[in-house]
Ligand binder design. Sequence first.
Ligand SMILES: C[S@@+](CC[C@H](N)C(=O)[O-])C[C@H]1O[C@@H](n2cnc3c(N)ncnc32)[C@H](O)[C@@H]1O
Length: 242
Amino acid sequence: MNDALPHDFDRRAAVYEEHAPVQREAAAWLAEWLAEKIEGPALEVGAGTGLFTCHLVGRTDQLWATDISPRMVRAGHDTLPNAQWSVAHAIHPPTSHAYRWIFSCSLIQWLPDPAAVFRAWHRAAAPGARILCGWFVRGTLAEFFDVCPEAAPFAWRGAAEWRDILQEAGWATERSECRTYTRQHPRAAAMLRALHNAGAVIPRRLGTGRLRQALRQYDRENRGENGVTAHFEFLRLEAVRS
Ligand SMILES: C[S@@+](CC[C@H](N)C(=O)[O-])C[C@H]1O[C@@H](n2cnc3c(N)ncnc32)[C@H](O)[C@@H]1O
C-alpha cells in the first residue's frame, strides 16, 4: 500500500476491472441518470480505468477524466482516448474550465476530507453546475466490519449525512437513491482477497492473528450453502450548485 494513501489502486490498476464486478454494475446504475447529451465542460474525478467514463464519452466531447493514480490514468487513456486524461487529486481538479458537470463513481467514500473536496468542486464549477456521483455508504461489508470494526479504512457514513455535507459545501441534492449489491464467496478469506485485488486494503496495523480470528468469526456467522455473503450499499446522487 502507498504510505500516503489509504488504498492500493495504483498498484492494482492492471487487475482492477477483473475484481470490480460490483463497481461495474454500480457504474451502469449511476449512468441511468445521465442525459443523452452532456452539455458544456465535464469533469470526472477518480475515473480509474474508465468503468463509468465509458458511459460518458459518447455523450460529450468535452470530458476531462482524472485520477490520483498514474497507472489508472494510463489504462483509462488506452481504452478511452477521446477523454482528456490527467493525474490529479480530487481536491485539485484541472482549473482550465468552469465545469457544467462533475462526475465520480465509487470514489467519494475514499476521500479523507470530503467536505473540502466538495468545496473545491464548488469553486471549479460554473453557476448552476451539477454533480452526478455514486459511492459506497454505511452498510457496505457490514458483515465484515461487524466482526472487525478496526479494519474499516475510513468512517462509513449514511446517505442523510452525505447530503448534509454536500449542502454545507454549497451543493443542493435534487435526487438520491440507494441500492444494495450482493456477492457470494466460498469463504471470508476469498471475500477479502477479492477486495484486496480491486485495490481496497485493510490497515497494516491489524495483526494477522486478529484478522484470522475475525475471518473465522465471519465464516461461522455467515456461511451458508453457497458460501459467505457480502453486501455493498451504493448511493447515487445528483446535486446542483447553489
Ligand atoms: C474504486 S476506484 C473507482 C474507479 C472508477 N471510477 C470505477 O467506477 O470503477 C476508485 C478510484 O479513485 C481513485 N482515487 C482514490 N483517491 C483519490 C483522490 N484523492 N483523488 C483522485 N482519485 C482518487 C483511485 O485511484 C481509483 O482509481
